[in-house]
Design a protein around this ligand. Structure first.
Ligand code: IMP
Ligand code: MG
Length: 183
């Protein structure tokens, strides 16, 4: 679905499909250079990261493995709770692996800092993070993110995997959700 198909639900169009794809290509070149001759394990965080993972994995000229985790820090609202639960764990053994966590967005950073610490205890050779979006104003925890797509304002955004109450994940671009939708 296009952003224009839900124009009434958005207050701003933030990032177009073309801008996202260009950024994914840019990040892929950096990742290829850093992981040359290695086979990283990409760990996608369900469900928001499915689109980034699908496009990043196909853009990379590297052999990779893919695995998925589901964690919960939100509930149905628009505020991070800071309480992280594992809803689905990895299938892979991380011993000696170069792990690259693939995320849609870093808001408070609580989810990712918890996740990185968790994966680091499992014997990985390295754990790095690639996130498409970051809200700098919302950072409550300092997270060291190696690959970052866009810095965005501190507003609730949807599309390209990001949802509001499970809606809008299938938008090709990213927009700011209009307040009338959630208030
Ligand atoms: P954090 O723990 O606050 O960094 O939250 C990260 C998670 O919250 C992301 O993986 C998203 O699933 C969700 N999230 C944070 N901000 C937004 C947003 O603006 N729109 C949709 N989901 C968001
Ligand atoms: Mg989410």
């Amino acid at each position: 679905m296009e952003l224009t198909d839900v124009a009434g639900d958005l207050s701003t169009v933030l990032i177009s499909e073309e801008q996202i794809q260009a950024k994914i290509a840019e990040l892929s070149r950096l990742i290829e250079a850093d992981y040359e001759g290695r086979r990283p394990l990409l760990v996608g965080v369900l469900k928001g990261a499915v689109m980034v993972m699908a496009d990043l994995a196909r853009e990379l000229k590297l052999h990779i493995d893919m695995d998925w985790m589901a964690v919960s820090s939100y509930g149905a609202g628009t505020q991070s709770s800071g309480v992280v639960r594992i809803l689905k764990d990895l299938d892979s053994d991380l011993t000696g692996r170069d792990v690259l966590i693939v995320e849609d967005i870093i808001d408070s950073g609580l989810t990712l800092s918890w996740l990185r610490a968790n994966l680091e205890t499992r014997g990985a050779a390295s754990v790095e993070i690639c996130a498409l979006l970051r809200k700098p104003d919302a950072a409550k925890v300092q997270v060291d993110v190696k690959y970052i797509g866009f810095e965005i304002p501190n507003e609730f955004v949807v599309g390209y995997g990001l949802d509001y109450a499970e809606k809008y994940r299938n938008l090709r671009g990213i927009g700011v959700l209009a307040p009338h939708v959630y208030s």
